[in-house]
Design a protein around this ligand. Structure first.
Ligand SMILES: Cc1cc2nc3c(=O)[nH]c(=O)nc-3n(C[C@H](O)[C@H](O)[C@H](O)COP(=O)(O)OP(=O)(O)OC[C@H]3O[C@@H](n4cnc5c(N)ncnc54)[C@H](O)[C@@H]3O)c2cc1C
Length: 454
């Protein structure tokens, strides 16, 4: 069927939040004609807590957006308060770890507003209340999108050399182009969160507390609030849904580090939001005329607080690839190469992050390993660097793990053996995801070579 396009762009991006707006900004900055659409009328708060890790905030700082982040009223977070079953692994971020003033916890209506305005200031056109209902294809691939105004229902068609799906986990664009999902891991936790009044003496740090089978994250956010998120095991979801606020308060009361927070929240019945089961996954990133970005392309368990930072750092590395590909007329080839890079880059940490979504308790071996880390400033900083995608978990834990195992084996062979089994399980998980992601990237490279040889 012949489609009449009423407008033409170099790039159309569907979704105007972290995954879409920032990529659109960087592309427009390079002189491309970019249209960003979002079906939402307003980029208000969505289902997301908002720990923007040091590396994600660093990306924004490199593009001059640190002032805009500070202007939201959210303080820069200068370190991590980490407690795992009572072992204190807190640290300050060293100044060289990234370029910005620190990590941040900015509510999504503020953060996504900053990104959309930035995209406009770079020359992109941002249209809210406009839904992409399908992609338009020719034999050569995707050539544009069908757009519908959410209020008037008016339909128009826009063409582009590249259509980007930055439309979240249930990506319509991914569905339309048939992007395959792979390396899926079902999370064993759900999330509930609220905003407490920020205590005057609250430390400007990201708190990551693992207590029994729950993970608690909290950090000061904008409007003088403290974002408090709890990630308990899925089997408690029903009970939590009956009374989310009461459940949150009682769970925080069970943890020594958050007892006072629980008492404060008890007298402050703030709205508490819940998101149920989650799933980590990768998706095929690119094909003829299309690309996926942000959650549409990859997702990690929310308890790890990685999604926004991943979306931002990926946008930063994708933008020059897109420009060069359009310039040299070999965009698909370049995007496929980027996709292989992404999988290799993620291969070293995906195992570690999927483990955080599991609810198994801390073993004897892990506790000894954590104590070793707790006793050493440099190791605690290294752990924070793992969350900022600056260090590889296996290398960070490797030498300490072998020392712990050796000392346990000497002290008590039985204990040493059982710890070796625990350590083996963790290592097997790391190796599994490393080899799967490396192997799929190598397979894609071979496929690409045989294609270009034909
Ligand atoms: C409970 C929870 C807690 C989380 N906590 C954190 C955290 O602390 N730190 C962190 O870094 N990450 C966190 N994440 C992950 C984070 O929210 C995502 O990684 C991030 O929002 C990804 O941004 P995105 O732009 O790719 O997608 P989204 O933020 O989902 O935005 C997609 C946009 O696309 C639009 N859209 C969808 N379909 C269409 C269409 N057909 N046409 C037009 N527009 C469309 C939507 O309206 C939406 O605005 C959390 C996630 C959850 C669920």
């Amino acid at each position: 069927v012949h489609t009449t396009f009423t407008r033409a762009h170099d790039v159309i991006i569907v979704g105007a939040r972290c995954g879409g707006a920032f990529l659109g900004a960087l592309l427009a900055k390079q002189g491309l004609n970019v249209l960003i659409v979002d079906k939402a009328h307003q980029l208000d708060n969505i289902d997301s807590t908002h720990i923007l890790q040091l590396n994600g905030a660093g990306v924004l700082a490199r593009h001059g957006l640190d002032e805009a982040l500070l202007a939201t009223g959210a303080p820069p977070l200068t370190g991590m308060t980490v407690s795992i079953d009572g072992v204190d692994l807190s640290c300050d971020y060293p100044p060289h770890l990234d370029d910005g003033p620190g990590a941040f916890c900015v509510r999504r209506d503020s953060l996504d507003g900053v990104l959309a305005r930035y995209a406009e200031s770079c020359g992109a056109t941002v249209e809210l209340g406009v839904k992409a209902t399908r992609v338009v294809c020719t034999d050569a691939g995707v050539r544009g999108v069908r757009l519908q105004n959410v209020d008037s229902g008016r339909v128009s068609y826009a063409s582009a050399s590249l259509v980007v799906g930055a439309d979240g986990r249930r990506s319509r664009i991914a569905q339309e182009v048939g992007a395959r999902q792979y390396n899926t891991v079902h999370g064993e936790r759900f999330v509930l969160w609220t905003y407490a009044r920020r205590p005057v003496d609250s430390t400007p740090k990201v708190a990551f507390i693992r207590h029994n089978d729950s993970i608690i994250l909290h950090a000061p956010t904008d409007e003088h609030r403290l974002m408090v998120a709890l990630n308990p095991p899925l089997e408690n979801l029903k009970a939590a849904r009956r009374n989310p606020h009461g459940y949150l308060v009682s769970e925080l009361a069970r943890c020594p580090e958050t007892k006072s927070l629980s008492a404060a929240l008890e007298h402050e019945p703030t709205p508490t939001r819940i998101v149920g089961r989650s799933m980590s996954y990768f998706r095929e990133v690119a094909g003829p005329g299309w690309l996926l970005a942000g959650d549409a392309a990859m997702y990690k368990d929310p308890c790890t607080g990685q999604g926004m930072s991943d979306a931002l750092r990926h946008a930063e590395s994708l933008a020059p690839v897109v420009r060069k590909g359009l310039e040299c007329n070999d965009l698909e080839k370049r995007l496929r190469a980027w996709w292989r890079w992404r999988d290799r880059d993620e291969s070293t940490s995906y195992g570690f992050f999927t483990l955080q979504g599991r609810t198994a308790g801390t073993s004897d071996y892990e506790r000894d390993l954590l104590h070793r880390f707790a006793a050493d400033d440099a190791r605690r900083v290294a752990l924070a660097a793992v969350f900022a995608h600056k260090k590889v978990p296996a290398f960070t834990f490797g030498s300490s793990a072998s020392r712990v195992l050796l000392s346990q084996l000497f002290a008590s062979p039985a204990r040493g053996m059982s710890s070796s089994i625990d350590a083996g399980r963790i290592l097997a998980n790391e190796v599994k995801w490393w080899s799967k992601l490396q192997a799929s990237a190598a397979y894609m490279t071979r496929l690409e070579r045989s294609r270009s040889a034909q």
